[in-house]
Design a protein around this ligand. Structure first.
Ligand code: DC
Length: 209
């Protein structure tokens, strides 16, 4: 079984995907970490993450062990990730890794921006999460505060809007709902309520094969 979970930053994708994977005994891949790892490699090499040659070279060097680096969570890396993600050659270089992961073993839950539209258009279940940008910025702001770092809500909101615009407006594989995806607005839902709604949707699907 393959489950695609797509949506903008801080819409609750990661938490929902992890819980679905655990519930159904599937592997889980946070595909955003691939783009973050590419951005991190480009920045570490002193390159401009918006430079296609440098970003594609970084994408070809990605190793599974890169994905666990906690430094990938930095906001600077997140901004750079949205730049490398707009480069078609980077997306092509990462496609085979994602598809191989999805097909392996019992199947997988993949979360990202283009899983239901490009990476796994034949997924058994597709969930598209939405939430207002203000609610998503507030979640991120609280996460930063809880981590003890400096955080200014207006700044977090601005960064989120910038990243949203890049993810939605890029030409290759922009963030968009697949026509056959179940849309779930998490603005007023906590993680438990979102999980319950997703389970009702997945449980109500007819087996594909
Ligand atoms: O979900 P995230 O914040 O970790 O994603 C980091 C960046 O990677 C985000 O700006 C969009 C991009 N991304 C993408 O283009 N396609 C995906 N499948 C996953 C992430």
């Amino acid at each position: 079984m393959i489950i695609a979970v797509d949506g903008p930053a801080a819409s609750g994708k990661g938490t929902l995907a992890r819980r679905l994977a655990q519930h159904f005994g599937l592997n889980h891949l946070d595909t955003g970490s691939l783009y973050r790892a590419v951005a991190f490699r480009a920045l570490a090499a002193g390159a401009d993450p918006a430079d296609p040659d440098a970003a594609v070279a970084a994408a070809r060097q990605i190793e599974p062990s890169d994905l666990a680096d906690p430094r990938l969570r930095d906001d600077k890396v997140a901004q750079a990730a949205s730049l490398v993600a707009a480069i078609p050659g980077v997306r092509t270089a990462l496609l085979a890794f994602q598809r191989d992961f999805a097909r392996r073993g019992p199947g997988a839950v993949l979360d990202g921006r283009d899983i239901g539209t490009v990476v796994c258009p034949d997924a058994d279940a597709k969930i598209f999460l939405t939430a207002t940008v203000e609610a998503r910025a507030l979640r991120r702001f609280k996460e930063l505060q809880a981590a003890g770092g400096p955080a200014i809500y207006e700044r977090v909101l601005q960064d989120m809007m910038l990243r949203d615009a890049r993810d939605r407006e890029r030409r290759t594989a922009p963030l968009q709902r697949a026509s056959d995806a179940f849309e779930l607005d998490t603005t007023a839902l906590d993680a438990d309520a979102a999980f319950a709604a997703a389970l009702r949707y997945v449980g109500g699907l007819k087996p594909r094969r």
